[in-house]
Design a protein around this ligand. Structure first.
Ligand SMILES: C[S@@+](CC[C@H](N)C(=O)[O-])C[C@H]1O[C@@H](n2cnc3c(N)ncnc32)[C@H](O)[C@@H]1O
Length: 342
């Protein structure tokens, strides 16, 4: 029996749910059995769950073994759930509100320099999307916000102030939107009449250019994805987070990344290939890297190709359909930070 049907059956049997059961009803953890099998949690080892969300991964790791988990999330709204897990798994679970790009500093502040595994489950959680007030969903009327944490600029600041060229670049690079220029032009025209404040105002403008559908999906999907990535600097965080994860992994430690769109997956794939000696940019005698660069790879790929969720998981949780999982093992070679990043 898989996790979902186990939890469903338990919740049908009992009038009261424990915290982890409630969590799994609000956000079904994606590819959790694959994550656990690559992480292979063991007693006394410490793992970082860099995207705590509703705690699905953290609680699964803590239940699977007597391991320790340090969880990170940039969203203050998950702190209540984290407190429950701190009570349930006393002494084995700690939550830190931060960006996972700061993983190295977060661990150093706790006098920890090494962990045996790091997991990132990228993007936003179901409650973040489902809460209209957060402004992530083109299907719900709400403020055009889209911030994972309540600091910094909002999506409405971007659509109301960015130049046409900048908007087009955001939609093209972060959303693969081929009609990016036309949409940007329409946004500039609309905001002259009235600045954008809500999600539905933006949806209306995108639909006016593209029609409501683009193939099978709503034509506003890519624009919303692109703005979310830009507002939260998701690409910058991912690149820094991957570098940081590599620095804190002990030899033999596991790095597992679950992505939900091609841009993220390409970054993870390139990073894994580069550090495992698979890509053209990896360490070779032709590489212009200084001689202190290790000749041996610092990662060993556990997934030569990205793994996709099983059909049965997609059937039970359609939000898993675009997930891709990549996993790698930290080798014994000392870390060298590539000067130009990924
Ligand atoms: C897909 S959800 C994770 C769900 C979680 N694995 C679970 O099973 O409940 C992604 C979470 O990661 C957080 N997040 C995304 N990017 C982050 C970053 N750079 N640093 C810290 N948290 C981040 C989001 O706020 C969100 O809560």
């Amino acid at each position: 029996m898989n996790e979902v049907s186990k939890n469903k059956k338990k919740s049908e049997e009992r009038p009261f749910l424990d915290v982890s059961q409630e969590i799994s009803l609000k956000h079904i953890p994606v590819m959790i059995s694959e994550v656990l099998s690559f992480l292979d949690p063991k007693e006394q080892e410490t793992y970082v769950d860099g995207t705590f969300g509703l705690g699905g991964y953290s609680s699964a790791i803590l239940k699977e073994s007597n391991a320790h988990v340090i969880a990170i999330d940039r969203d203050e709204e998950v702190e209540e759930i984290a407190k429950e897990l701190e009570k349930e798994f006393k002494g084995r679970f700690q939550f830190i509100r931060s960006n996972f790009s700061e993983i190295e500093a977060v661990l150093l502040q706790r006098e920890l320099s090494e962990v045996q595994g790091v997991v990132f489950d990228l993007g936003v959680s179901s409650p973040q999307i489902d809460n209209a007030e957060r402004g992530f969903s083109f299907q719900k009327e709400g403020p055009l916000d889209m911030r994972m944490e309540k600091t910094g600029f909002k999506a409405l600041d971007v659509v109301n102030t960015a130049t046409e060229e900048m908007l087009a670049d955001i939609f093209y690079h972060y959303g693969d939107e081929t009609k990016s220029r036309r949409i940007a032009r329409a946004i500039l025209k609309a905001r002259l009449q009235k600045p954008f404040t809500t999600t539905s105002e933006l949806v209306r403008v995108v639909h006016s250019v593209m029609g409501a559908k683009s193939g099978k999906i709503d034509s506003a999907t890519r624009v919303f994805q692109a703005l979310r990535i830009y507002v939260n600097d998701e690409i910058g965080s991912l690149k820094k987070g991957l570098e940081g994860a590599l620095k804190v992994l002990s030899p033999g430690g596991r790095l597992i990344i679950v992505t939900f769109h091609s841009l993220e997956d390409r970054i993870v794939k390139d990073f894994f290939n580069m550090h495992s000696g698979k890509s053209k940019n990896s360490y070779s005698r032709h590489s212009p890297l200084p001689s202190c660069v290790p000749q041996q790879p610092i990662l060993h790929l556990l997934t030569p190709k990205a793994i996709r969720p099983q059909e049965s998981e997609i059937f039970q949780n359609p939000r898993a359909r675009s997930a891709k999982l990549r996993a790698a093992l930290r080798t014994m070679t000392p870390f060298y930070s590539m000067m130009n990043g990924v």
